[in-house]
Every structure is written in C-alpha cells, then in structure tokens.
Design a protein around this ligand. Sequence first.
Ligand code: SAH
Ligand code: SF4
Ligand code: F3S
Length: 441
Amino acid sequence: MKKVYIETYGCQMNEYDTELVRAVLMRDGYHMVDKEQEADIIMLNTCSVRDNANRKVYNRIHTLRHSRNGDPLLIGVLGCMATNFRQKLLNDRDLKLDFVVGPDSYKRLPSLIKEVEQSGKSAYDVTLSEFEDYADIYPSREIGVNAWIAVMRGCNNFCTFCVVPYTRGRERSRSPRNIVQEARRLANEGFKQVTLLGQNVNSYHFNGKDFAYLLEKVSQIQGLERIRFTSPHPKDFPHRLLHVVAENSKVCKHIHLPLQAGNSRVLELMNRTYSKEEYLTLVQDIRSHYPGMIITTDIIVGFPSETDVEFEDTVDVMQKVQFDAAYIFKYSERKGTIAARRFPDDVPENKKTERIVRLNELQNQISLEKNRQHIGEFQDVLIEQESTRKSPHDFQGRNDGNKIVIFPAGEYSKGEFVKVKITDATPHVLKGVVINQERTA
Ligand code: SAH
Ligand code: SF4
Ligand code: F3S
C-alpha cells in the first residue's frame, strides 16, 4: 500500500481540498501518513495569492528533495500554484517534480500517479472545469469540532490584484440538497460547527436558491450548533441575508468583510465594485440589524498608484468601522492578473512597509479596545483544544464571534460548550474562567 503525506498551504478552501484529495486517494487504496519520512508520495497543496506563499513552497520542495535524496519518492504540487505555474514548475530541473495537478483535477490523481510510475516521466493536469464540484466525494476529515464545507468553487469577480479567478476558474455552486446531506452526516459524526466556504461565498446560487436560503437550510440540521461562513464579498449582501445572519440563532454573529482599500479611486482600480461610502453604509446596515456583530477584514496596502493621501482613506475607514481584527497585506504583483498587465507596481517597498506598520499598530489598539469591551461578559465557548499559546494548563475555544477564548483547563473535552466569564483581553485573545458547563457533547 502506497503511503501519502500531504502538506497544505493557503486558505480554508485548500484545507477542504486536501480532505477531498485524501478521500480520493484512500478510495483507491492509498494510505495517508502524518510524517513525511514515512511517505512514498509527498504532495504540497499550494497557494499562489502572494509571492511569499510561492517562495515558501519552492524552498520546501528543495528541502524535501534534499532530505530524501536517493529515495524512490514521488513529489507533486497541487492547488493554486499548479494552475498558475505549471510550466515553470515542471521545467525546473532542480525541483524534479513528478506531477502537477490543479484544483479541478483531483479525481484524476490516482491515474496520474500510475502514469508517472509506469512511464517514469512527470504528468500533469491543470484543466479548469466549469462544472466540477466534487459533490460525489465525501471529504476525509480528522474528527474534530469544526468541519469545512465548500458550497461553491471558483470566482468570477476578477478583482484586478487577484490570481484566484485564474487558479480556480469559474464560479459554480453545489446543490443545496447535496450540501445539506454532507452537513447532516457531519452532525451525525459529532461535529458541532460547520463553516460554509467559497471564494465569494455569498454569491452562492443554485436554481434560484441563494445563500440566505442555504444558511437557513443548514441551520435546521439537528446537532449542528454553530454555522459560520467565509469569505463573503461586500457586493452580495441583500437585506434578506443580513436578516438571516442577525436573526438565526445558529448563524454566528461574525462577518468577515474584506475592505481591501478605503479610497474609492483605488477600489475602482481594484474592480471591487463598491466605493468607500457604500462600504461604510453596508457596515452601518449590518450594525443596525445586529449592533454587536463582530466584523473583521482584509486590507491591501500599496496597490499600484495608491498615494499617501489615498492611503489615509484606509486609515479613516479603519477608524470609523472599528474592525475587531484585520489581516493586512502588502500588494504583491501576480503575473497574469489585470493589475499586473495594466498598472506598474510603483509604490516603493519602504512605503508599503510604512503603511502596513501603521495599520497594524492602529488595528492592534482597536482590537485591544474592542476585546476589552467583552470583559465581564458571559460567553458560550466551543472548546477546540488545549491552549497553543500559554501553558498546557489552559484550554482554548472560540466564542460566537470567532474570537479565541483561553481559560484554565478542567474536566472538559473538545467539542463541548462552556459558559466563560471574560476577565481579561489582549489584542488577539480573550481570557476568562468557566462559570458552568452549559451543555455537554
Ligand atoms: N476570496 C477571498 C479572498 C481570497 S485571498 C475574498 O474575496 O475575500 C485573501 C486575501 O488576500 C484578499 O482578501 C486580499 O486582501 C489578499 N490578496 C489577494 N491578492 C493579493 C495580492 N495580489 N497582493 C496582496 N494581497 C492579496
Ligand atoms: Fe480574488 Fe476578488 Fe475573487 Fe476574492 S472576490 S477571490 S479577492 S477575485
Ligand atoms: Fe491561496 Fe488559492 Fe486559497 S491562491 S488563498 S490557496 S484560493
């Protein structure tokens, strides 16, 4: 039996895809292992969204080749780099890759591997499909607390900076019935939470059924206690959806709402299809439906031609909105994107650094302030694991707003809900003590 080791980079969609790949391979008799040293085949499920994600993978392949020099070992690249850099990857003699397989071709993995074994030559398939949704594959997950479910794949938005529409192809949604089946099975297996995934998850639509409909359907499943979703796009927030998120007790009160930039001219160049004012109005709308909604965001600094004055608009939006958390990135030019073709990457590196440092400092202050406002509250926390941060004597879980909550260990187990009184906060976590065991698993 061939042993396979997979390493996953990038977003949650890639994590989900790794679970699909495991299922495909196991069905074909492969055995999955946790240690690279034990593997006959190593796969890297890669990300291409920024240049440092790419570089990490190149370095990793070199290390793997070096450490297993001489072994009859196959190494392959899956995921977004596969589609984006197929030729470069295969032509690179140092990497000596055996296969390169894109996100829509995972069902062909077993036959491609056989092809490589028989011919001794490398193989690839990076064809993008308008239809592949893997609806017939039940991902092989580690039993845990949260399960990812991809409800749609691909992206049609073509934000000008972004490589995803090229690496993952056109948008397609799975049927609600198929998604509900998967979620039901997960509930039966003991998962308490599902996170519905899509590159642009709220553009989900299937035969007239939209994302609000899907959320409601999934929330009716017994045994599931929490439903999350990521990432939505600000352009697809009809009131009906806001209403479901605000009113449905199982849908978590957290919206990740990527801003990208605060200036309307820059937003237009990015093809984000909303202005600064429209974004701010949407945030107001969200808060009028649910004042305590946790809102997080993604921001890019140093998009081509972004001036100092325009950057101040991003600062302004951050101050006005008071995000609970923000993931801030320096613009990284991606080959083949509209921005790479049209706009020179002309904001100097030191400017990008200055801007990212400034935003991170500001966000840290805001996050700390926001988190401190929770002190004294009693929150329902779904336990995930022993704390990774401080000591083995702590446990950690998440509250409804997706914030990490740390508390002293007790007789609890993963997947259990506890009521925690929040006693302290940092910019990144809440700390507290368990008041009582709400419900048991
Ligand atoms: N589908 C998700 C985003 C996927 S990429 C969405 O639309 O929200 C995650 C984040 O990476 C983006 O929100 C953006 O902030 C950042 N990003 C994408 N392309 C980038 C680039 N070329 N340079 C820097 N950051 C980028
Ligand atoms: Fe990229 Fe924009 Fe699609 Fe998100 S919505 S994946 S940023 S093109
Ligand atoms: Fe990266 Fe692809 Fe996800 S580029 S962020 S792994 S969609």
